[in-house]
Design a protein around this ligand. Structure first.
Ligand SMILES: NC(=O)c1ccc[n+]([C@@H]2O[C@H](COP(=O)([O-])OP(=O)(O)OC[C@H]3O[C@@H](n4cnc5c(N)ncnc54)[C@H](O)[C@@H]3O)[C@@H](O)[C@H]2O)c1
Length: 270
């Protein structure tokens, strides 16, 4: 069992903090001693959580932030410096889904998904780096997806999440000397999120059945990985892709696996 306080003394900014995963990460980070800036375009429920953290004696602030807007990032950095005097962790978690195949995608959809999922994390990273350096270094965690490891039907989403892998590696390489580590996290399907809720039940069920672990991840299971990467426990990890997908991309061939499991069970019963 880990001790509490794994982020004690750290200031963390989480984008998309009103969403399924971001909200859980913010709660966990605060419980582990971080001062947390919860940022989202949607006030609820991140704003209320920030208030609850403060009422419990923790340190938190809510910021309305559209990740695609450079001026909003300037505001975020100013808030971190003014309210908390530092910034050690950025979780680029905000994102939007798109499942449109390439022959049907509009220019507007392509531009919007790339702006939110790829340009947003890049301009956010650019904005926070000097303050991270001045804070003695830090950790940037980019929430990508298994859609950046294997095929995904939505061309905009796939391209944005593959691009984020590239942003991760370029930043990790360049800012070692500033004491900044940068890694990407690759979940498969995550339950209890807006993104999964807006998929068709058939798509969701097919995904769940294909998971070697037989179900989608819970947001808390992704948050534990993000916490590890944000903390000094991962001090020797940078530029890495951490896959949290219930075995989906590494075990593969679920139907073959089921046949083999049946054969194995039959042999054991003999
Ligand atoms: N849910 C899944 O199955 C799944 C799987 C793999 C990766 N991911 C990734 O996980 C991350 C978190 O998503 P989630 O699963 O919690 O989904 P979610 O839809 O519940 O949360 C996404 C959040 O991002 C916010 N957001 C959207 N556009 C924004 C913008 N321009 N600026 C600021 N905030 C914005 C939304 O308001 C929302 O609160 C995303 O990057 C997503 O691509 C999700």
């Amino acid at each position: 069992m880990q001790e509490k306080g794994r982020l004690k003394g750290k200031v963390a900014l989480i984008t998309g903090a009103s969403g399924g995963q971001g909200l859980v990460e913010a709660e966990l980070f605060a419980a582990e001693g971080a001062a947390v800036i919860l940022a989202d375009v949607a006030d609820a429920p991140a704003k209320a959580l920030a208030r609850r953290i403060v009422m419990r004696g923790g340190h938190a602030a809510y910021l309305k932030l559209d990740v695609t807007k450079t001026a909003h990032w300037t505001r975020a950095v100013n808030l971190a410096r003014r309210e908390f005097g530092a910034l050690h962790v950025l979780v680029n978690n905000a994102g939007m889904i798109s499942r449109t195949p390439v022959a049907e995608v509009t220019d507007a959809e392509w531009a919007r998904v790339l702006a939110v999922n790829l340009t947003g994390p890049m301009i956010g990273t650019r904005a926070v780096l000097p303050l991270m350096r001045d804070s003695g270094g830090g950790s940037i965690v980019n929430i990508s997806s298994t859609a950046a490891l294997v095929g995904h039907p939505g061309v905009c989403y796939a391209a944005s999440k593959w691009g984020l892998r590239g942003v991760t590696k370029a930043t990790a390489l360049q800012y070692v000397s500033w004491g900044v580590r940068v890694n990407s996290v690759h979940p498969a399907q995550v339950s209890e999120t807006g993104m999964t809720a807006n998929a068709s039940p058939a798509y969701r069920d097919a995904n769940n059945q294909a998971m070697p672990l037989g179900r989608a991840a819970r947001p808390a299971e992704i948050a534990q990985c993000v916490l590890f990467l944000a903390s000094d426990e991962s001090s020797y990890i940078t530029g890495s892709e951490i896959v949290v997908d219930g075995g989906a991309t590494s075990i593969g061939f679920p139907h073959v696996r089921n046949v083999l499991a049946d054969q194995y069970n039959k042999r054991k019963r003999k």
